[in-house]
Design a binder for this molecule. Structure first.
Ligand SMILES: Nc1nc2c(c(=O)[nH]1)N[C@H]1C(S)=C(S)[C@@H](COP(=O)(O)OP(=O)(O)OC[C@H]3O[C@@H](n4cnc5c(=O)[nH]c(N)nc54)[C@H](O)[C@@H]3O)O[C@H]1N2
Ligand SMILES: Nc1nc2c(c(=O)[nH]1)N[C@H]1C(S)=C(S)[C@@H](COP(=O)(O)OP(=O)(O)OC[C@H]3O[C@@H](n4cnc5c(=O)[nH]c(N)nc54)[C@H](O)[C@@H]3O)O[C@H]1N2
Ligand code: SF4
Ligand SMILES: [Mo]
Length: 717
């Protein structure tokens, strides 16, 4: 049989590891790491093999389907687009553009089709645009915008050169890095210690990453803000800051000093759950290191203090002289240099709100916590139709269980997804893109956040079926269907013809040629897509270089250390601070946080048998002392209740978690009727987002604070 090997990337998470796919006939028989990949160097995690299983999955949709009663029937593409166009245009004509809502999910960002998703968002001209960003990295974007003048300027930890790596609220040994592309994070962390450096992990759970560290600080969930304020307090009080660096490139130094003056280690300790001496020691060690970097991610984003915490992370990096220098926090120079242009994007914070007025828009989107209400609350401005693209918000976002009913109540719902999921089962029409192995791509997003400058290439493993469409082609067709009628009549054919010539890969080729490494700038030695295609595993473009000076978008071109609204939030926190932290009210006595597993990926790898074999993964992890106090035993089903809802999951007792805290992974609970994931539908587990209150958000960015939920756990009768 004809055997061939194709090199490309695994596009399941941000690491985008290089893989070699062996194909016999039309079957994937093996997936291995590509040792020539310039960033992942042969590493893959167990999920990489799912790329083959997803391609062959009999449950994956291969043609558009329309809902008829409680079943889905195949229909042709043209018929699907015609019906979608008619329905969406009618709803918009009757109720206005914001009557059509859109949700953009995480996998969209893993292909350059996302550009066309953005185009559709623009064509819809709706205020009701939502994405996974508002349960993910919004706090980081918000802090970057305030401090550096651009939301794109989320700095990357220079993990490969640092002498001291501090990780808060992230578990890269499992997640392989996020908003920092660092495949094989585990090895990269180990290398910090091998070269004589130090690794510290700040996390309520002794995670897989904490096991690699010199020091684990088991902070209380949500306690980081106090911890970091106190660290700054010590750095300033003991004159451990790099005042020269601060004077040369930062503004707001005096205001910063004033802001943290009150938050001594003694004040912070009970609220951080970390004793004062540990905080002092941490600050001194940090200042003493030759280079040091704080890397923080989702654990501290999904907090009511998400933005403040990310601000403090960047601030500590800046005042210790570790911003924009090797071994500290840096900015990549990507082949299409988005970091350079981010400052020209309008952020329009609060340009509009949801109808309750509670959630403000940020970079032209509303926090997803508002979604169910915006569909269910009747009246002017109500969402009557939805477009979802690569997202499963029913499992991924906190909506108090009302999103099912909300989606079911819509006049029209079109989903772009290859599965009938907890979300898309409510759609009128589902449009499936070709499989990931059937698309060619050049991802230009992740090089903006990589730990080394690089560009890598995704080759097609299989030719797409004759009638298969990629996501971008589906988006382009949707755009032509929703543009206002006269324009559509005049330009429909023209647009189609244009789109055909403007595939994301062609756009990427142009962008690369015109970018900082491209042939147009560098002449014949410059980068082209032809050279990229010919490479064995992408092109290495060298270590990160200092460049904040050219990137910064603040008016005085200085790093703002103490934005006024951040100071005001800190003042509120500290003014209300009781001597000891409050316990949960009404018997809700445990704090619930999330947790990720190496073989899982948010809500959508649970239909791949190799990813879900073995024991139940959707367990509630509890410390033995807490289990004992409640008379609960490992392996028994327990009921977890919050003020928003209640779920039943299996108890897992283990001392890796801080007492008083429990952890449950998200993305589970596939047993709802009609879900087309037959393997997943047979698995135990429940939707943890039923426990989270959508009203609990970071007040600055509107990000869902799912790591701030109080619960109680009892035996399930
Ligand atoms: N409680 C809690 N909730 C969380 C989190 C948490 O830590 N705790 N984490 C949050 C985070 S960080 C994120 S990013 C979100 C993720 O949540 P979402 O962004 O909603 O995404 P997923 O749940 O991963 O669902 C992805 C969907 O996209 C489909 N899909 C996969 N690939 C493609 C493709 O190439 N094209 C198209 N059209 N569809 C595709 C899949 O079939 C699946 O239905 O979850 C968030 N929810
Ligand atoms: N295997 C796997 N990999 C993934 C994903 C996946 O689902 N599975 N999802 C991908 C996506 S979309 C994303 S965004 C990234 C996320 O990547 P990470 O940011 O690394 O996410 P998590 O693994 O959830 O790690 C968050 C950590 O924060 C801790 N934490 C919770 N609350 C607090 C707190 O208050 N303070 C502190 N200091 N820590 C806290 C949790 O215990 C947990 O260890 O992972 C990506 N990679
Ligand atoms: S870490 Fe795993 S899932 Fe992520 S890109 Fe690499 S192989 Fe794929
Ligand atoms: Mo995410």
């Amino acid at each position: 049989m004809d055997t061939r090997i194709v090199s490309r990337q695994c596009t399941l998470c941000e690491a985008h590891c290089g893989i070699r796919v062996t194909v016999e006939g039309d079957r994937v028989v093996r997936i291995e790491g590509n040792p020539d990949d310039v960033l992942s160097e042969g590493y893959i995690c167990p999920k990489a093999t799912a790329m083959g299983a997803l391609h062959h999955d009999p449950d994956r949709l291969r043609t558009p389907v329309r809902r008829v009663g409680d079943r889905f029937e195949p229909i042709g593409w043209d018929e699907a687009f015609r019906e979608i166009g008619q329905r969406l245009r009618r709803i918009r004509a009757e109720h206005g553009p914001s009557a059509i809502g859109m949700y953009l999910g995480n996998p969209a960002a893993h292909s350059s089709s996302v550009l066309y998703g953005v185009l559709l968002r623009v064509a819809l001209a709706t205020r009701n645009f939502f994405s996974a960003s508002s349960i993910d990295q919004f706090p980081q974007e918000f802090a970057a915008w305030r401090m550096f003048g651009s939301n794109v300027l989320m700095p990357v930890a220079d993990i490969d050169r640092t002498d001291r790596l501090v990780i808060l609220g992230a578990n890269p040994a499992v997640s392989n890095g996020s908003v920092t592309t660092m495949p094989n994070a585990k090895q990269r962390i180990k290398r910090v210690r091998e070269r004589g450096g130090t690794v510290v992990v700040i996390d309520p759970r002794r995670t897989e990453t904490a096991r690699l560290a010199d020091q684990h600080i088991a902070v209380v969930p949500g306690g980081d803000v106090y911890l970091l304020l106190a660290v700054l307090n010590v750095l300033i009080d003991e004159k451990l800051c790099d005042e020269r660096a601060v004077g040369a490139r930062c503004s707001g130094w005096d205001e910063l000093r004033e802001t943290v003056a009150q938050c001594t280690p003694e004040v912070a300790a009970p609220h951080a759950g970390v004793d004062a001496e540990t905080i002092r020691g941490f600050a001194r060690d940090h200042a003493a290191a030759r280079s040091a970097v704080l890397y923080a991610r989702i654990g501290v984003c999904q907090q009511v203090t998400g933005t403040l915490t990310h601000w403090l992370v960047n601030t500590i990096n800046a005042v210790t002289g570790n911003l924009d220098r090797a071994g500290g926090q840096m900015f990549a120079t990507a082949p299409v240099d988005a970091a350079r242009y981010g400052k020209y994007l309008p952020m329009g914070h609060g340009a509009w709100t949801d109808r309750s007025g509670r959630y403000k828009s940020f970079r032209s989107e509303l926090p997803v916590a508002a979604l169910a209400d915006e569909i269910l609350t009747e009246g002017r401005g109500q969402i009557r139709a939805m477009v979802t693209y690569a997202g499963n918000p029913v499992l991924s976002t906190p909506q108090r269980g009302r999103l099912d009913a909300a989606l079911e109540s819509l006049d029209f719902f079109v989903a772009v997804d290859m599965y009938v999921t907890e979300t898309t089962r409510h759609a009128d029409i589902i449009l499936p893109p070709v499989s990931q192995l059937e698309r060619e791509d050049v991802n230009l997003l992740f090089p903006v956040f990589s730990v080394r400058n690089n560009l890598r290439y995704d080759a097609r493993v299989f030719e797409p079926p004759a009638d298969g469409l990629e996501d971008w082609e589906i988006m382009a067709r949707l755009v032509t269907e929703v543009v206002p009628l006269p324009a559509r009549r005049l330009t429909g054919r023209m647009l189609n013809a244009m789109f055909e010539r403007l595939s994301p890969v062609r756009l990427a080729a142009l962008g690369i040629a015109a970018g900082p490494y491209g042939v147009l700038r560098r002449g014949r030695t410059g980068l082209t897509i032809t050279k990229l295609r010919a490479s064995a595993g992408g092109i290495d473009l060298g270590p990160l270089r200092p460049r904040l000076r050219t990137l910064i978008g603040t008016r005085d071109r200085k790093v703002r250390l103490a934005p006024q609204d951040f100071r005001a939030e800190v003042a509120k926190l500290l003014a209300d601070l009781p001597a000891t932290p409050p316990a949960g009210a009404d018997g809700f006595d445990l704090r619930l946080i999330g947790r990720r597993h190496l073989r899982s990926n948010n809500s959508w790898l649970h239909n791949v048998p190799a990813m879900v074999k073995g024991r139940d993964r959707c367990t509630v992890l509890m410390h033995p002392a807490d289990a004992g106090a409640r008379g609960l035993a490992d392996g028994e089903p327990v009921t977890v209740t919050s003020s928003s809802g209640s779920i039943v999951v299996t108890l897992e007792v283990g001392d890796d978690i801080r007492p008083g805290t429990v952890a449950i992974p998200h993305g589970w609970g596939h047993r709802e009727p009609g879900v087309g994931w037959r393997v997943a539908a047979s698995l135990p587990g429940a939707n943890v987002n039923l426990l989270h209150d959508p009203a609990l958000v970071d007040p600055l960015s509107g990000t869902a604070a799912v790591n701030n939920t109080w619960v109680k756990v009892s035996t399930t009768a």
